[in-house]
Write a protein that binds this ligand. Structure first.
Ligand SMILES: [Cu+2]
Length: 268
């Protein structure tokens, strides 16, 4: 797949909720341009009409016309409509109405200086226990090898694969400072805050390779904090996942667990 070209306008949109957001962005811009041009014309009109000139005396009394008052009421009306009628429903659908977990791909996204870790729960659908005390170079998320739920978990760095047309619930958090998980072509942005796990959801409706950017200045290599997100067919996703998911045997020593985890992290 060719990486997406971003262009100069809004980036391409691969998400289910993107059209509503784009519609809102365009509507807002058209409204702001209309306001800017209208007030600009009004300002120039006033400058000319009330300029200093022979035979004209400045009046300190306000204009008796009701027009400005009606114009302001209309502007407030449109702004309330944009906020309550357009923005709130889109925001609410995106932030509160989550799809059922059983129909979704549920992952954890753990930001760190300067990479994105993606933790998949494996076939059992359960995330292995993670503990900061277990974090090491070979086990960057501190996953507990003694927890059976961790044995089929998959951890991937800067490579986020997901099936198209399936909702994805991502729990966003950070290991160190505040980052922000941003995928412009999915119209997704969520701060990654240490100590908090914030769920977001989205659904890709087209296949493509896209970039995950960090949208919050997080340190010297912030600009290098780039991940790759691949939305692909269910078959391609299953194939990718099968190549990475390898159940751990309970008897395997921890070193072997970490070695396999490490091997699974190294992605192309
Ligand atoms: Cu960052």
């Amino acid at each position: 797949m060719e990486p997406l070209k971003y262009g100069y306008h809004l980036p391409p949109d691969l998400s289910a909720h993107g059209p509503a957001i784009d519609h809102l962005i365009k509507f807002l811009h058209i409204f702001m341009i209309a306001l800017f041009v209208s007030w600009g014309i009004f300002l120039v009109y006033c400058l000319i009409k009330y300029r200093q000139r022979p035979g004209h005396k400045a009046s300190y009394e306000s204009n008796k016309s009701k027009l400005p008052k009606y114009a302001e009421i209309a502007v407030v009306g449109v702004e309330v409509f944009m906020l309550v009628g357009l923005s709130f429903p889109i925001w609410s659908r995106y932030k509160k109405d989550f799809p059922p977990e059983k129909d979704s791909l549920v992952v954890r996204v753990i930001a760190q200086q300067f990479a994105w870790n993606i933790h998949y729960p494996g076939e059992d659908g359960k995330f292995g226990r993670a503990d900061v005390k277990l974090i090491s170079d070979s086990n960057p998320l501190g996953i507990d090898a003694s927890d059976p739920a961790s044995w089929d978990d998959v951890v991937s760095v800067n490579q986020f694969h997901l099936p198209v047309n399936k909702p994805v619930i991502a729990h966003i958090t950070s290991k160190d400072v505040i980052h922000s998980f941003g995928v412009p072509v999915l119209r997704v942005k969520q701060d990654a805050i240490p100590g908090m796990s914030v769920p977001i959801w989205f659904q890709a409706v087209k296949t493509g390779e896209m970039e995950i950017v960090c949208s919050q200045l997080c340190g010297v290599s912030h600009s290098q904090m780039k991940g790759f997100l691949t939305a692909e067919s269910a078959e391609a996703y299953d194939k990718w996942f099968a190549g990475r998911s390898r159940p751990f045997k309970p008897k395997e020593p921890k070193a072997a667990f970490h070695a396999v985890l490490q091997q699974k992290r190294g992605d192309s």
